[in-house]
Design a binder for this molecule. Structure first.
Ligand code: 6PG
Length: 476
C-alpha cells in the first residue's frame, strides 16, 4: 500500500512524486490524462518500484493506507476546487487533502473551512524551488492544523532541502498561512529579480558592457554578500549563448516578462493591510509595463530618446561595479524589510502567530530566493524575537549605512542617464522616508481638512480633531 497519493503529474507534481519515492515513500499517482501517467512511469526507472500508477481517483484512494494523505499539484484556481471536490467524493472522513500549488491564501482559507466541515483534514503548502527543487529538495511552507501537518511532516521533511542539516520545511500557521508566506516569498522574488535586472540595465546601457563580462561580474558577486541562487543563475543566463545564432541569449530573449499572479497578490495584500511594499509593487508594475511592448514601441517612437546627461557619476567601470554591488545589497534590505513587514501585519490581522525566524530558516535552501542574506535574517530573529522593521536592526542597519550612498549614487546616475530603475529608486525613497522624523504629510492633512473638514492633530496641543482657519472661511 502507498504512504501518500499525488494527483497531477505536471512538471512540479511529477518531480515531487519522484522525490518522495527517492526518499523511501511509496506514492500512488494519478493524472487525468492517462498517457501522462504512462510516460511518467516509463521515465521513473528504478523508482517505479515505489510508485503506484492509478487509472482513476477511486483506484488512487484504494491504493493508499488510511487515513490517507493526498497531494494535489494542479494549477491554482478553479482546477483545485474541481480536484478537491472529486477527491472528497472518494476519500473517507479523516483523510487529508494537501494543496501544494501556488494557491491564493484566501482560497485556501475557504477550502480549509469547507473540507474540515465535511470531516477532512486540509493543508495548503507553498512549495518553492521550481522543477529542480521539487525533485531534489524544495522549501516547504505549510499552513493548516498542527495535527494534520504532524501526519505528513516525516514525508515533507524528508523531501525538503536541507540547510546545515536542518530540513527547510515547516508549518508556519493555520489554514492559509503557508500559501500567504509563499505569496510573499514570490513578491520578494519579484523584487530581487527586478533589482538585479535594473543593475543589468545600468551595466548594459550605462557602461555598454557585454553580457559575458556582466556574467563575470555577477559570478564574482556570488562569492560575496549577495551570494544567492538568483545572482548565481543571473551569471549563467548572461553567460549563455544561443546555439542557433551564437549570440548571447540575453540579446535573443524578448523584453516582455510574464507573471502568474503571486507577485501581484503580494502587492495587493500589502495594500490591503496598509503596509508599504513599494519595492515589490514597483517590480510587479515593471513586469506589467514590460509586457505592454507595443505601447513602449510607440512611446520610443513618439517621445524619442531622453535628454539624459552624458556625465558618469559612478566613475570608471571598476568603481561603478563596486557601487552597484552595494546598491543592490541596500535595495535588497529594503525589499526584505517590506516583505517581512507585510507578513508581520498579516500575522496580527489573521492571528497566525507566524514564526519569522523559522520562515527565514526554511528560505535559506531549496527556494528561489535562497541566499546567505537569509541566514543573517534568521540570526536577527533568533536574537531579537520580534522585529518592527528589518532595516532598523543589526546587521542590516549597519549594512544600510555603509551602502546607502552607493544606492543613492546608482539611482542618481540611472536617472541622469534615463535608465529606468523603479525598484531601486523605490527602495531609496523608502529608506529616505524611514529615516525622516518629519515628513510632508502635514500638508496633506491641511489639504484634507480644507476640502473635507477631515480634521488634523496639532504639534503643540493634544487632541485629534482640529480644523484650519479655512473652516471658518478665513483660509483663502
Ligand atoms: C518558486 C517560484 C515558482 C514559480 C512562480 C513564478 O518559488 O519556485 O516562485 O512558484 O516560478 O510561478 O511565477 P511567475 O510566473 O509569476 O514569475
Amino acid at each position: 500500500m502507498a504512504d501518500i497519493g499525488l494527483v497531477g503529474l505536471g512538471v512540479m507534481g511529477a518531480n515531487l512524486a519522484l522525490n518522495m519515492a527517492d526518499n523511501g515513500h511509496t506514492v500512488a499517482v494519478f493524472n487525468r490524462t492517462e498517457s501522462k501517467t504512462d510516460a511518467f512511469m516509463d521515465a521513473a526507472g528504478d523508482l517505479s518500484a515505489r510508485l503506484v500508477p492509478c487509472r482513476s481517483l477511486g483506484e488512487l484512494v484504494a491504493a493508499i493506507t488510511p487515513p490517507r494523505p493526498v497531494v494535489m499539484m494542479v494549477p491554482a484556481g478553479a482546477a483545485v476546487d474541481q480536484q478537491a471536490e472529486a477527491l472528497a467524493e472518494k476519500l473517507a472522513p479523516g483523510d487529508l487533502m494537501i494543496d501544494a500549488g501556488n494557491a491564493n491564501f484566501r482560497e485556501t482559507q475557504r477550502r480549509t473551512e469547507l473540507y474540515q466541515e465535511r470531516g477532512f483534514a486540509y493543508l495548503g503548502i507553498g512549495v518553492s524551488g521550481g522543477e529542480e527543487g521539487a525533485r531534489y529538495g524544495p522549501s516547504i511552507m505549510a499552513g493548516g492544523a498542527a495535527e494534520a501537518y504532524a501526519r505528513v511532516e516525516p514525508i515533507l521533511a524528508s523531501i525538503a532541502a536541507r540547510y546545515d542539516d536542518e530540513p527547510c520545511a515547516a508549518r508556519v500557521g493555520p489554514d492559509g498561512a503557508g500559501h500567504f508566506v509563499k505569496t510573499i516569498h514570490n513578491g520578494i522574488e519579484y523584487a530581487d529579480m527586478q533589482m538585479i535586472a535594473e543593475i543589468y540595465g545600468v551595466l548594459r546601457d550605462g557602461y555598454d558592457m557585454a553580457p559575458a563580462d556582466m556574467a563575470a561580474v555577477f559570478d564574482r558577486w556570488n562569492g560575496g554578500r549577495l551570494k544567492s541562487y538568483l545572482i548565481e543563475i543571473t551569471a549563467k543566463v548572461l553567460a549563455a549563448t544561443d546555439p542557433d545564432t551564437g549570440r548571447p541569449m540575453t540579446e535573443i530573449i524578448l523584453d516582455t516578462a510574464g507573471q502568474k499572479g503571486t507577485g501581484r497578490w503580494s502587492a495587493i495584500e500589502a495594500q490591503d493591510l496598509g503596509v508599504p511594499a513599494t519595492v515589490i509593487e514597483a517590480a510587479v508594475a515593471a513586469r506589467s509595463l514590460s509586457a505592454r511592448r507595443d505601447l513602449r514601441q510607440t512611446g520610443a517612437a513618439r517621445l524619442g530618446a531622453a535628454a539624459g546627461t552624458a556625465s558618469d557619476p559612478l566613475g570608471d567601470r571598476d568603481s561603478a561595479i563596486g557601487r552597484l554591488e552595494r546598491a543592490l545589497l541596500a535595495g535588497k534590505i529594503a525589499a526584505y524589510a517590506q516583505g517581512f513587514d507585510v507578513m508581520t501585519q498579516a500575522s496580527d490581522v489573521w492571528g497566525w502567530n507566524l514564526p519569522f525566524g523559522t520562515i527565514a530558516r526554511i528560505w535559506r535552501a531549496g527556494c528561489i530566493i535562497r541566499s546567505v542574506f537569509l541566514d543573517d535574517i534568521a540570526r536577527a530573529y533568533a536574537e531579537a524575537g520580534a522585529i518592527d522593521n528589518l532595516m532598523l536592526v543589526e546587521p542590516f542597519a549597519a549594512m544600510l549605512n555603509e551602502a546607502e550612498a552607493d544606492l543613492r549614487a546608482v539611482v542618481a546616475a540611472a536617472v541622469a542617464q534615463a535608465i529606468p530603475v523603479p525598484a531601486l529608486s523605490s527602495a531609496l525613497a523608502y529608506l529616505d522616508t524611514m529615516r525622516s522624523a518629519r515628513t510632508t504629510a502635514n500638508l496633506i492633512q491641511g489639504q484634507r481638512d480644507f476640502f473635507g473638514a477631515h480634521g488634523f492633530q496639532r504639534t503643540d496641543r493634544d487632541g485629534d480633531d482640529f480644523h484650519g482657519p479655512w473652516a471658518m472661511g478665513l483660509g483663502g
